[in-house]
Design a protein around this ligand. Structure first.
Ligand code: NDP
Length: 326
């Protein structure tokens, strides 16, 4: 396992990490979750991703129990939570001081830890002044309850504003962003954030590298029973990917490249994400041991994706963002 700095911070994160969305406390049994975390850790993964909203807090409870049971030295792993969707009543949702502080305290309890290494604002909150959010995150760092804070799915302008506010008041600004990044979703990572990567040293912990499993090619024939796209609560994923004939055609074409390189499509898609040097860590998701074991091989296969192969992939996808010259 290779380790990358989280942006310009000193923190080292494994280039492949492991997240619990959809799976922990919901799709999979707790003993499967335990097995997956153990395989991850034994293979050098040191970052586990979570959020208050995942399975309404149950995902953090499951992860907390596993971390306690495993007894891994606290210095050997990084664990995150995210704040935004805490509940439906006033002040249970958003980035106001009250919810951020309460969400942090609740996540610490559920994860059974004294501090969160990473704490993300899960989405931007246009109703709360950015000053309030930045001050609150800074105070949580000063109180030792979190070590680094960041955003998820913020625009480049919102992240820049947070940096400006931090600079204005001598506060600790955001260290990392958690955007979706995969072959189908590229614009933020490859264009919008470039100035913040270059000028502010932003780190990135990217999500859905396999576009929820679609980029494994597993949906080309049918929707396998029990798979994510068979979940009716997530029907938007099926609409987004499988009902789009162009995307299905692209997956078929990319599958041919994977076959030519004698690697699985999952490995190709994950290695493709790892090729981007602005990616600090690729967060894996898995519902089965076999998936995780396969995905873990991706680090060693990055070198198969040379420039001509990357060009071939770009030609198929036809979505490489154009970077303005000025
Ligand atoms: P992926 O796009 O990699 O999807 C993971 C899913 O794909 C698995 O649960 C499994 O689903 C399927 N899969 C994975 N590997 C294979 C394989 N080798 N062969 C076949 N199927 C496979 O990542 P996620 O969407 O799960 O995102 C990763 C993490 O990112 C999350 O756990 C979470 O921590 C974070 N995240 C953050 C978000 C944010 O807003 N900040 C949003 C979403 C995720 P199945 O077996 O059910 O088909």
């Amino acid at each position: 396992m290779e380790y990358r700095r989280l942006g310009k911070s000193g923190l080292l994160v494994s280039e492949l990490s492991f997240g619990s969305w959809v799976t922990f406390g919901s799709q999979i049994e707790d003993n499967t979750a335990e097995n997956l975390m153990k395989i991850s850790y034994d293979n050098g993964i040191n970052f586990f991703d979570n959020a208050e909203v995942y399975a309404h807090g149950q995902s953090e409870i499951v992860m907390g129990k596993i971390l306690k049971k495993m007894g891994w030295d606290r210095s050997t792993y990084v664990v995150s939570s995210k704040v935004f969707w805490g509940g439906s009543l006033p002040n249970q949702k958003g980035l106001m001081r009250k919810h951020i502080v309460e969400a942090c305290h609740s996540a610490l309890k559920r994860l059974q830890t004294d501090y969160l290494d990473l704490f993300f604002c899960h989405r931007p909150d246009r109703h709360t002044p950015i000053e309030e959010t930045v001050w609150t995150m800074h105070n949580l760092i000063q109180q030792g309850k979190i070590l680094y804070w960041g955003s998820s799915e913020w625009t480049a302008q919102q992240i820049t504003e947070a940096h400006m506010v931090a600079r204005q008041y001598n506060l600790i600004g955001p260290t990392m962003e958690q955007p979706q990044y995969n072959m189908f979703t590229r614009k933020k990572m490859e264009r919008d954030y470039l100035p913040i990567f270059n000028n502010m040293g932003l780190g990135s912990t990217i999500w859905s590298p396999l576009a929820s499993g679609v980029l494994t090619g597993k949906y080309l024939d049918k929707i396998p029973e029990g798979s994510r796209l068979s979940n009716e609560n997530l029907s938007f994923l099926k609409e987004k990917y499988l009902d789009d004939k162009e995307k299905v055609k692209q997956i078929q074409q990319i599958k041919k490249i994977a076959d030519k390189l004698e690697m699985s499509m999952a490995n190709l898609a994950l290695s493709w994400c790892l090729k981007n040097p602005n990616v600090s860590t690729v967060i894996l998701g898995a519902s089965k041991k076999s998936q995780l074991e396969e995905n873990l091989k991706s680090s060693e296969l990055v070198s198969k994706l040379d420039d001509p192969i990357m060009e071939e992939i770009n030609t198929i996808l036809a979505n490489k963002p154009i970077i303005p010259e000025f």
